[in-house]
Each structure stands twice: as C-alpha cells, then as structure tokens.
Design a protein around this ligand. Structure first.
Ligand SMILES: Cc1cc2nc3c(=O)[nH]c(=O)nc-3n(C[C@H](O)[C@H](O)[C@H](O)COP(=O)(O)OP(=O)(O)OC[C@H]3O[C@@H](n4cnc5c(N)ncnc54)[C@H](O)[C@@H]3O)c2cc1C
Length: 417
C-alpha cells in the first residue's frame, strides 16, 4: 500500500539504524527542522538491534577517543532530555595483556587517555583479579582500567535519538525503501522511494551494510563488506559479580560482558567470515545467521582458559549477526568526493554504538558548515581516493581548509553536551 510521504525536504537520511538516527538528532540540534529519515523496514532492524552495547571511550587516536567519549556523555543524558531510557551505565572496562608488546600497547593507550582527560589506571594482575574474581591471571602481565567506560542498550539508544530527532521536528518514516537517487547539476538532488520521490538539498547514506550497494546508485564508492560477527551468552553464573567492568583479552580475541547474571562472550576472530557476497537478501530484517561451532571452537577454548568457570557453565545463546567492515577498520564519514551534497556515515566495524553519538554530531556539523568541522582524516571518506582526486577536491574546497586551520586553534570546544 502506498503511503503519504513529503515531496521535499532539506535533508533526507537513508537508513534507520543508530547512525541514521544520530545524524537526524544532531541535525535538529543545529536548527535543521526539515529532515526526513527513511527506513526500508523498522528502526534498528539491520545490525543495530543485536549489538552487545559496549560504549568504551578510548580509541586508537585522540580524535576518535574524543568522539567516543562524546557518545558516552550523550547516552548518559538522553533519557533526561527525551524520556526514553538508554540503559547506559558506566561499569568501566578492564583490558589485560599477556605479552610485552600488548602491555606496551595498552600502556600507550593509558597515556593517551590521560592526555584526553579520561581517568585510567595501569594495574597489576593481582589488582585485576581483585576487580574480576573469576579471571585467570596466571599468564597476565599487566592491565589497564578505565572506570568511565560504559554500556547501553543499542535499541533504546536508537529510539532515544529518534525521539529526540522527532522532538526537534524531524520526520521518521519506516517501511519506505529508497530505490534510487536524484542527481542534478552534479549534486545530490533527492531520492526515489517505493512511495514516491523526495527532492532534497542533501542526502545522507546511513544504510549500514547496504551502504556500498546504495552508494553505487549515485556513483559513490563506499568500500565495505558484511562479515559474520559472533557472541555467546552463558546460562546464569551464580559466582559472577554484578556490575563488573567489561573485560578485554585481545590476545585471546575475546571480550566479556556481565549481562544480568550471565556472561556474554564476544569474539573478534583473526580469520573472520565474509557474508552476503551475492548481495544482502531483500527481506533481511531482525535476522540472525546460522551458528558455526567449528569456527568458534578455538575462541571458546581461549575463553575457558581466561574464565575457567566457563568449563562448568552451559551456553544459552549462540549469536551470529552481520556487521559491515571496511578495508582499514575505520568508518566512512563525510561528503563523498564523487558527488556534492551526498554524505556518508557507514562501515562501523563493530563500534557503531560507541561511535554513533560523535559521528552523528560531526556529520551534522559537516553539512551545516559546508566543511569538515575538525580533523577527521582517520575516518574521512576521501582517504580512500587516489591522491589526484583528493587534491583536486581539496583545491575546490578552500573554505574547508581555512575552516580547519581556524578550528585547530580551538580544539574540541564544541564537544560539550
Ligand atoms: C554481534 C555484534 C555485536 C556488536 N557489538 C557492538 C558493541 O558492543 N559496541 C558497538 O559500538 N558496536 C557493536 N556492534 C556494531 C554495531 O551494531 C554497528 O556498528 C551499528 O549498529 C551500525 O549501525 P548502522 O546504523 O550503520 O547500521 P544498521 O543498524 O544496519 O542500519 C542501517 C539501516 O539502513 C536501512 N536501509 C538499508 N538500505 C536502505 C534503503 N535503500 N532504504 C531505506 N533504508 C535502508 C536498513 O534497513 C537498516 O535498518 C556489534 C555488531 C554485531 C553484529
């Protein structure tokens, strides 16, 4: 059945996951009221609904850490603003090292946390064991503890952002698939949907693992691919303390999250499995992928070594869901070099919940100002382009370069929530 949709908008956002909703929320905060978000099925139905919900604040670089830290602060205050809970708690995180190289890496992270102003302690294996009593520290040589890291409910965060966006005047339309792009005079000019056309000044591709295919409709290259992503959840573990920090054992390729008396064990396998090589199925929504015990077995063994109590605990859930990954493990943000007024926020490499607040704010400011609001080169979509193209694009955008020069003198002044 055809539904009534607006025929024009200033900004059309394609995709109603956590990223699209954050972009819509932040645009309304900047005074954009004529914003339409289109979701092909239901909000969160792609990847967002099944995320583990970790919201750590520390990333590999200072800039990215500031963005992640902003997400945490935002999720903490969204309920007061919108009345929609986000489930955000600051349970902290504990990262262990079992070799010298890893210890050097996490200590470097601790130094950066201090520069960024995040509390962070380098602690001994004994202190780690005190904090996480079920942890086997026989081979642990050091750890870091970030008390302000958090976790949240991904669906609730998305709904809170969507509610905030609606309160600011945005329209969110579900069950409306965008079929194609309208392009005029070398610029994005709107979208063609299954319920009619919408003319728009700006179009934002927040289509998650569909973003590459959707990008092609405008000749925009969004290099990403879906891969299978796993976690298991145990049965009730009576000895598990409530409110434990999220535990990361990067050499065991696992993270551990206490979840209402159960333990969620997530994996980042070095030999990940790509998915959707022949395209994402048309009716994919709120779907899971088949479990693969053989693939997980080595990581489950590593988990039993790290938390020996797992040897006597049953597993209740084997979860496998797709997430989009990019060639350099960084997301794509910003105006596409191929098409003016066409923006992208996609390819979140399993840090989309952590990143959504900061990325949404940056993208909204990018549209508002007409240039990147600060140095975002880590994730700038133009980093993937041949130098020639990038240079030409930068020459064309002298205002952006001047804007960046100005803003580097006042770093991060607008990160206050
Ligand atoms: C098992 C697992 C655990 C994870 N754990 C964490 C975690 O602990 N912390 C963390 O930060 N991240 C985590 N992630 C990653 C996080 O879930 C994703 O990075 C994030 O949800 C991506 O959000 P998105 O909005 O880009 O994509 P999606 O949620 O997939 O949203 C994209 C939306 O676009 C819609 N769409 C696509 N094409 C069209 C079209 N043509 N027209 C209209 N709509 C369209 C889709 O229906 C979809 O709803 C995890 C992921 C997985 C799989």
């Amino acid at each position: 059945m055809t539904k009534q949709i607006p025929t024009s908008a200033q900004v059309v956002i394609v995709g109603g996951g956590v990223i699209g909703c954050s972009v819509a929320y932040h645009l309304t905060k900047l005074g954009f009221t004529d914003v339409v978000l289109l979701e092909r099925r239901t909000l969160t139905c792609g990847t967002t609904w099944h995320a583990a919900g970790l919201v750590p604040t520390l990333r590999a670089t200072y800039n990215m850490s500031m963005l992640a830290n902003y997400s945490a602060s935002l999720y903490e205050q969204l309920e007061a603003e919108t009345g929609q809970a986000t489930g955000f708690v600051r349970n902290g995180s504990l990262t262990i090292a079992t070799n010298k190289e890893r210890l050097a890496e996490i200590k470097r992270g601790a130094s950066m946390a201090k520069v960024a102003g995040f509390p962070c302690d380098v602690i001994s294996p004994e202190q780690a064991k005190e904090m996480w009593p079920l942890l086997n520290v026989d081979d642990v040589i050091g750890a870091i503890h970030l008390p302000m890291d958090g976790m949240a409910s991904p669906v609730d965060v998305t709904q809170a952002l969507a509610k905030g966006a609606r309160m600011g005047g945005a329209k969110i339309i579900e069950n409306c698939k965008v079929l194609d792009m309208k392009i005029r005079d070398g610029k994005a000019a709107g979208v063609i949907t299954e319920h009619g056309d919408i003319d728009a000044e700006y179009v934002v591709n927040c289509a998650g693992m569909w973003a590459r295919e959707f990008g092609k409709k405008a000749g925009v290259n969004v290099p990403l691919h879906a891969a299978e992503h796993f976690y298991v959840v145990t049965e009730n573990m009576p000895d598990l303390k409530h409110g434990l920090p999220t535990l990361r054992d990067m050499d065991g390729y696992c993270y551990y999250k206490e979840d209402a008396g159960k333990l969620l064990v997530g994996m980042f396998e070095p030999d990940a499995k790509p998915w959707g090589m022949n395209g994402i199925p048309e009716d994919f929504h709120f779907d899971e992928l088949p479990e693969d015990f053989d693939h997980l077995e080595p990581y489950l063994e590593a988990a039993m070594h790290r938390i020996p109590k797992l040897m006597e605990t049953g597993l209740q859930v084997f979860f496998n869901g797709p997430e989009s990954f990019t060639p350099d493990d960084r997301y794509h943000l910003g105006e596409a070099p191929e098409l003016r007024n066409y923006f992208v926020a996609a390819g979140f490499n399993s840090v989309g919940i952590q990143s959504a607040g900061g990325a949404g704010k940056m993208l909204a400011e990018w549209i508002h100002k007409g240039h990147a609001p600060r140095d975002l080169w880590d994730v700038d979509i133009r980093r993937n382009r041949p130098f020639q193209g990038t240079q030409a694009y930068l020459q064309e955008r002298t205002t952006e370069t001047l804007g960046l020069l100005y803003e580097t003198h006042y770093p991060f002044k607008q990160f206050k929530t």
